[in-house]
Each structure stands twice: as structure tokens, then as C-alpha cells.
Design a protein around this ligand. Structure first.
Ligand code: MRU
Length: 341
């Protein structure tokens, strides 16, 4: 299991994902503000991991509440701050809603008991995430034949979750079953989650892989070197339209063009059934420096304008199946996802 985040009673510790693979540094957050900043700056990232971090952020913030009479007002301030960190990952809002429900249900208890309940819930969210990922892995492994090569985009592994991973969880479950698998990891500009994080994880897991730049997938598919693609998700609408890391949509279109399966692996906490389709998914625009620079070095003319949408939406029609902890949904997703809910 990879160490993404750990509760230590009065603080949370997370591996600093900005520094990987060069350095394995751990960051301590002792209050909810530092958790919010860790999410914003991508010390921790990946939709399920963001959800776990937010739950711990609420727990830490609420541990600092001194006056039971102000508990509701303080809870709202803590939660609102965390809510404003990253707009696309549904798991963030899901975790905050779950913590709020626990707070509401125990408001009549003494402050210390309310605090203990919130800590317990955050720990439970982390524990469940591992279990859910292992289930996703088991369901997904059935779709991975022996001897295939799998393309993945961004990082949907242990680092993006509490531990096991969603898309990488599917790959590693198949690998653990003894299937021979080769992975192609898209580097995933601009933040390089594929080159830095997915490759780091696969290296540790001993799964054979090659990193490719984002513009190589089409050619390798056409050459018969890629058998299928599996990716994670940040938010999935009721019709199956899926927001994931920018560059996922072209991978799905290329997979269709080449007659290859394109799978999405995600927990139900990533689904947003309030959205009929992907048009309503908020897409985060991240700082221009991520595009203008590589490793702190300017790669464009000083005055160049850039765009940096961090996610795209893959229309459901390009998705062969959505792998969840409750099973594999197939098109038409309106029906199959509603049944899983
Ligand atoms: O910007 P990031 O690194 O948080 O984006 C992460 C992704 O897009 C992942 O693919 C997604 O969150 C699924 S993680 C299991």
C-alpha cells in the first residue's frame, strides 16, 4: 500500500506529490487551513484522496473549536473554506456533505463527543476508500485479459486515493492475478501526474511500463501496441459523461477510432446524479505558470498567453464501461448507473 495520507491524532501527514518522484517528502498539516492549501497546491490530489483530505481537514478544524455555542458557525466556516479548494472533483463535496451529516446528527452531544464523531467519520471515509478501490479492482480485472497492454492517463493510483487506486487498482488487481500486463503511462502535461506519479507507483509495484508523451497514444494504438485504455474520473454525470484530467477526451476518441475499449474506473462517490449530463460539470482553470513553465523554467516567450483547463469531459458514447465498487456499468448509462445507485 502506498502512503497517501495518515491521521496522527492532532495532525495529518501527507506525501508531497509535487516533489515526487525526486523526493519522498512528508508534509504535516496541523489545521484545516493548511489542509485546504495542500489541496489547492496539489500536495495531495486525485478525486478520492482530495475527499479523504477534506474530511480530515474538517476534523482538524473542528478539534480547534473551543466554544460549543459557536460550533455550527465554526463548522460552516471550516467547511466553506475546504469547499473552495478544487471545483471539479465530486469526492470533495461528497466528503464535506458526509461530514456535515454527522455533525448535524450529533449536535446535541457535548463538544468533545461531537469532535470525536467527526474524527471517527474521517477515519471511516479513509478506511472505506481502500475497501472500495479493492472492489473496483476485482470487478475491473475481469475486463483485462492476459497479455494486454493498457494505456492510462494522469494518475488514478494509490496516490490519488487513500491507497489502492481506481484505474491503477484495476491494473494491479489483474497483475496480482498473475496476468502479464504492460502499461503505457501518458505523461499528462502540464502537471505530469503520469510521468511523475503513475510511473513512480508502477515502479514500486513492479508492473512493467513505459512513459509516453501525450501525443504518442494515437500512433501506438494504430501500430497495435495498445490493447485498451483505463482511466479514473473526477466527476461523472447521470448519463455517464465523465470529467477527468485534461487529455482524457482525446484518448477516448482515439480508442474509438482504433476500435479499442475505453474504460473509466471510479467509486460511486465520484458520481453526480444531480447533473443530467457533463455540460454542467465545473472545469477548474489552474494557474498559467503550470503551462508556461516546466520544472520552474519558462518554456514560452515571456509575454505568451496560455490556457490551463485542468479537466475535460468525455462524452458517455466513447466509454465502453464504467467500473465501480458495485459492478461494471455498460451503456446506456442512464439506466445502468441508476441501477447501481
Ligand atoms: O488534478 P488532479 O491530479 O487532481 O487530477 C486527477 C485526475 O484527473 C484523476 O484521474 C482522477 O482524480 C481520478 S483519481 C482516482
Amino acid at each position: 500500500m502506498l502512503p497517501t495520507i495518515e491521521w496522527r491524532g492532532d495532525r495529518v501527514v501527507m506525501i508531497d506529490q509535487r516533489k515526487l518522484p525526486g523526493e519522498e517528502l512528508y508534509v504535516e498539516c496541523r489545521d484545516s487551513e493548511s489542509v485546504a492549501e495542500a489541496i489547492e497546491t496539489m500536495i495531495i490530489r486525485g478525486a478520492p484522496a482530495i475527499g479523504v483530505a477534506a474530511a480530515y481537514g474538517v476534523a482538524l478544524g473542528f478539534l480547534a473549536v473551543k466554544d460549543g455555542g459557536r460550533a455550527a458557525a465554526d463548522f460552516a466556516v471550516i467547511s466553506d473554506r475546504l469547499r473552495r479548494t478544487r471545483p471539479t472533483a465530486r469526492n470533495l463535496f461528497w466528503a464535506l456533505e458526509r461530514m456535515k451529516a454527522v455533525f448535524e446528527a450529533h449536535r446535541s452531544l457535548p463538544l468533545a463527543d461531537q469532535q470525536a464523531r467527526l474524527v471517527r467519520e474521517a477515519l471511516e471515509i479513509e478506511r472505506e476508500d481502500v475497501e472500495i478501490n479493492e472492489r473496483i479492482g476485482r470487478h475491473g480485472a475481469a475486463l483485462i485479459a492476459d497479455g494486454v497492454s493498457v494505456l492510462t492517463h494522469c494518475n488514478a493510483g494509490g496516490l490519488a486515493t487513500a491507497a489502492y487506486g481506481t484505474a491503477i487498482g484495476v491494473i494491479r488487481a489483474a497483475f496480482e492475478q498473475g496476468k502479464k500486463i504492460r502499461v503505457f503511462a501518458d505523461e499528462t502535461r502540464p502537471v505530469l501526474q503520469g510521468a511523475r506519479l503513475t510511473a513512480w507507483e508502477l515502479e514500486k509495484l513492479g508492473i512493467p511500463y513505459a512513459v509516453i508523451t501525450d501525443n504518442m497514444a494515437g500512433w501506438l494504438m494504430r501500430q497495435g501496441e495498445i490493447s485498451l485504455a483505463v482511466v479514473g474520473a473526477d466527476r461523472i454525470a447521470a448519463n455517464g459523461d465523465t470529467a477527468n484530467k485534461i487529455g482524457t477526451y482525446p484518448v477516448a476518441v482515439l480508442a474509438r477510432e482504433n476500435g479499442l475499449p475505453f474504460y473509466v474506473a471510479a467509486p460511486l462517490s465520484t458520481f453526480d446524479f444531480t447533473l443530467a449530463d457533463g455540460d454542467g460539470i465545473p472545469i477548474e482553470e489552474r494557474p498559467a505558470a503550470e503551462v508556461r513553465e516546466i520544472a520552474g523554467r519558462l518554456i514560452v516567450p515571456a509575454g505568451a498567453k496560455v490556457r490551463n483547463p485542468a479537466f475535460d469531459v468525455t462524452p458517455a458514447r466513447y466509454i465502453s464501461a464504467i467500473i465501480t465498487e458495485k459492478g461494471v456499468a455498460r451503456p446506456p448509462y442512464g439506466k445502468s448507473l441508476a441501477a447501481l445507485k
